[in-house]
Structure formats: C-alpha cells, structure tokens
Design a protein around this ligand. Sequence first.
Ligand SMILES: [Zn+2]
Length: 305
Amino acid sequence: MVHEELLARLNEAGYKNWLKAGYCLLRVKEGLCEFMDQEMRTFHKTVIKNNTALQRGQTCRYNCRPKANQFQSACPVCDEWRNEILRHHTKPYGIINWGNCKPWLWPTEPWELAKAFMPRGHADKYRAEQCDAAALLNVLHLCDHFHFINQALVTQVIHCRNELMHSCEMQVSDQWMGRFQKSLQELIRHLHHIPAMNAASQQIHEMLSVDLSLNFPGVDSVDGEDTEEVEIESLSQWETELLRESIKEQLDNDEHEGRPVDLKKLQTLHRFLRGHKDLEKQFRTELDSIEVLEEQMQKSFNKER
Ligand SMILES: [Zn+2]
C-alpha cells in the first residue's frame, strides 16, 4: 500500500512531534498493562479481606445499574462495593464515572473496580490491555492502592497527554516535546521495578531519537523495501489509533463537560482532516459528526446575533 500522504505529513515538524509523543504513550500503556492487571487483583483481594460483609461473597440480585453517570439506588451488596470504591478514591467528591461500571461484576471481576477510577467511556473494557494510557494513569492517580507511586510524576504525564490529545491541529512544538520527554523519563525511572516498563522505555528512547521522516524505529538498518513497507504499515496503524482517540475525545469531552463546543477548534480539526485525502476517507464518520456539530453551532450563533 502506498502511504504518500503519511510520508508527506512526516515532513511537518509539529505533526511529527505529535505522532512521536502519541507513540510514546502507546508504549507507556503497554508497559503498564500486566502490572495494572496484577495490582487490581491484589487490590480486589485486599478490599474483600478487610470487609466482613463482602467476605460472604454475595452478588447483586437486584439488577442494580448506573443511570448515565449516576449510581444511586443500590442493593446492600452493591452499596458496600460502592462505599469501598469511595473509601479508596483519592478524590471521592470529584466526578466518579459510575457509568463505566457494571456493579454486578464487582464481587468477581477485579478490573470492574478499576473502571470506577477512569475517565468515562470505559464501560466495555474488561482488562488493562483494552484501555488507553490515560485510563491506566488515572487509575494510578485516583486509586489509593497506588499510594507508593509518586503522584506528582503521574499527574505531570496525564497533563501532557491531555494537551496532546486536545490539540485540534495535531501539532506540538519542540519545546513541548522537551517538557513531555522529561516528564515521561521521570515517571519511567520511578516505575523501573516494572519489567515491561523497561522494554517500553527502550522503545520510547529510540522513537524520540529517530527522525521519522528518514527512519522507522525498531530497524537498525533498512535492508530493503520490504522492511520499510512493514514499518510504514505499522506507523500508519498507530497513527490511525491515535487520531481516533484524539478526535473522539475532542468531540466527546466538550459535550460531556457541558462546555459549549469551541467552534474555532472544531473548524481547525475539520480543516486538518479535509486537508489530507487519506484521512478524509478514513474518518468519514467523524467528519460527518463534526459537520453536524458545526452546523448546529453556526445556527445558534446566528440566532444570538
Ligand atoms: Zn446490586
């Protein structure tokens, strides 16, 4: 497959930075997966061990379900689990995305507990591997089981990640990259006891030191076109993954927070996708949503005038 448009994009410095930073976050997520799954199993066991009511091993028999993001009327079993989540939440008075949770699974599925500490939109994720870096970092930050982790280092990376994913031009400066790299390295160094994190660290180091428009990481020397083809194919795949995550979040977030969607940002995002033939085709559904939103906003803007 020819990737002419992607190769052209790799000549734009800001976009190349955006892509590299996104790649690093994908590796952070991979580095954390096994550790998170393991720790959530331990956390689940600990919660049960310290709560005599939960030790009876009862499950919900009343079909308790969160309504949108609220979880109010609950049976005694679900209520007990909900209290435990609040007890272990570092910000129990902040927004808790109950809509992520399937309460009837709390007694048996450790990952169902993790979801109460994540941004919304994770209802159908059943293990760490299916979640993105932001979700895992939020669990590290919001669940007090991870009190042994330096929270300042985690929030630093969450902050960078949000800036990256909310950039409607999909561009970040070299200066931003410097700050991002520093935050990432500090967190990775702090988590060096996680073996998979060390592997991720190596890949991140390679990515940050390579010039993507000339080379593809993971290949010492490009022997022939075949290797190059494989690399550009995988680059194209994670580009799609990252763009999807960013567009989804930019469209969802505004709606969710009740903030008026920023028309200018939306138009920038629109222009970006339209400006690349391959992306325009690939993100047709997203473009449709953007166009509908823009039209709605334009209408209400005209009414106000
Ligand atoms: Zn229940």
